[in-house]
Write a new protein. Sequence first.
Length: 301
Amino acid sequence: MLNTLLEITALNSDLLIFLAVDLTIAIALLSAMRFVSGVSANVNTTDELAKQDNFAFGISVAGSIAALGIVLTGAITGEAAESLTMEIIGMSAYGILGLLLIKVGRMVHDKFALNKLDKTEHIKAGNITIGIVDAAGAIATAIVIKAVLVWVYGVDVNTLIAIISGFIVSQAMLIIATRIKERQYAGNNQGDSLQEAFEKGQVALAIRYAGQVISTALAVTAASYFFSYSPETLVISLLGWLIFGVLMTLLVAMLTFIAKKLILWGINLVEEVDQQHNIGVASIEMAISIAIAMILTGLMA
């Protein structure tokens, strides 16, 4: 057995070098994300995390790091490049692009989805609810970016266009999902604002929202199983992604609604989560939303 292991190792020595390089770049980029988060919030991350004990900032940074990790799995997935140099360039390029898109995604989310509150200031002030919402948005964006990275191949202009276009689709879907949830919340709570509830620190609502946006992202990724990547038909494929993403989001929402009614039978979700801020029930809602989206996406694959 030892001889076999040595033979396999010898045959795959180049592969081991590629893996070591990928891991080194990944860890370096994950480390950079903490400091990028500090720069974008104009704070010292060490002071904020260790001296101020700002839990909201920690949750936000954790979401960004997890999001970048998800993106990097998309960059690593697949065959190794033709040379070590190309592997380094490809991994670094995808990683840096992913880092930038996650930060841009946060800006888009702030400006268009949650446009009535200043997430950065609330996170600096220690609002855990906003920290959860921010982390969820970053993770949802990363899920779609990863799907696009796995969908495309090569490192060229067409690949870059496809990745950025996929990012735009993901942001459009998250904005639509947020608007729908705002309408639902207002309808169930005499016209109250979901964003104002976040601002007041209602953690249960943030947990539920996290499940909703992450499940939306998972629904959008299912499109990658039905549209083949081709630079010649890129526009048509991306339009198909958007349309299919909307249909999948609606399907996930319908199935999640049914599953919640069955699993949480006898529990008034509006009363428990919206009014009594029941974190336990909200956590179950989040789990159901993500579970249904993952199961449906798995079936589509």
